[in-house]
Design a protein around this ligand. Structure first.
Ligand code: ADP
Ligand code: ADP
Length: 232
């Protein structure tokens, strides 16, 4: 049974075919690596999985509660993302960023204290020794610290069904990277499905159960990570 089942996704922007028929299955509790060169269609696929965009045709089903036509059946909270282009507001503090919804609006006051407690908890649990003050402005943090906050914010919500991480380790230090992957394996063991997008093939192979290669808008290879070498 698939947590997400993607079939025949086509996405056209005018005459540009960003996706030409993508199939993807990610099981509950699976870490799935998605690799592909620039322009392969990774970001477009992400936007469709999160429901920000509708496909031209094809289907995305979550846990079998499917859509027969081009639509997604994700409910709010099903999918959480950590973006490569960080989604944090640099002119707000770490605590305030935790209170931002995905739509980048500050949540009502009564939620802010809770959001602040929650991100402190995630930071301390996932990245012990992070040393990031909640009162710091994100714009003053190093890139590595911002990435830690971006990932922590994605991990703050009640457990999503799918967590999408776009190049999450680009700026992370060695310790933070190790800590993040350790936590991802814990989440996966609890049944969270994780889509790990990265061009770091070695890293993807080491930490994924399965991988898919996206090329020119189509999946050209899906395999158990153990069966793939970097040359493939
Ligand atoms: P990746 O994330 O793998 O680099 P993208 O999904 O960003 O790939 O892009 C796939 C293709 O779709 C590219 O040719 C890109 O130029 C095109 N594309 C992506 N988004 C748009 C858009 N909003 N309008 C027009 N073309 C787009
Ligand atoms: P958005 O759709 O703007 O991205 P979220 O996905 O962050 O919003 O939140 C979805 C819903 O989850 C909110 O509308 C609210 O009902 C609930 N929610 C979010 N954060 C909290 C919180 N800290 N405490 C209680 N409920 C929350």
């Amino acid at each position: 049974p698939s947590r997400i089942r993607v079939r025949g996704i086509v996405k056209e922007y005018g005459v540009t075919r960003a996706l030409r028929g993508v199939d993807l299955d990610v099981a509950a509790g699976e870490i799935h690596g998605l690799v592909g060169h620039n322009g392969a269609g990774k970001s477009t696929l992400m936007r469709i999985l999160t429901g920000i965009e509708q496909p031209t045709s094809g289907t995305v089903e979550f846990d079998g509660d499917g859509a027969a036509t081009a639509a997604t059946s994700a409910r709010p909270g099903d999918v959480r993302m950590a973006y490569q282009e960080l989604s944090l507001a640099p002119d707000l503090t770490v605590a305030e960023n935790a209170s931002l919804s995905d739509a980048r609006r500050l949540r009502p006051l009564r939620w802010r204290a809770q959001a602040e407690r929650r991100i402190a908890e995630v930071l301390d649990t996932v990245f012990p020794g992070h040393g990031i003050e909640l009162s710091r402005y994100v714009g003053e943090l190093s890139m590595a610290e911002r990435q830690v906050v971006e990932i922590s914010r994605a991990l703050c919500s009640d457990e999503p069904r799918l967590l999408i991480l776009d190049e999450p380790t680009e700026s992370l230090g060695v310790d933070a990277m190790r800590q993040m992957y350790a936590h991802l394996h814990v989440l996966a063991a609890r049944g969270v499905s994780i889509l790990l997008i990265s061009h770091r093939m070695n890293e993807v192979l080491e930490h994924s159960d399965r991988i898919s290669v996206l090329k020119d808008g189509a999946t050209v290879l899906t395999a158990d990570a153990g069966d793939v070498t970097e040359d493939d």
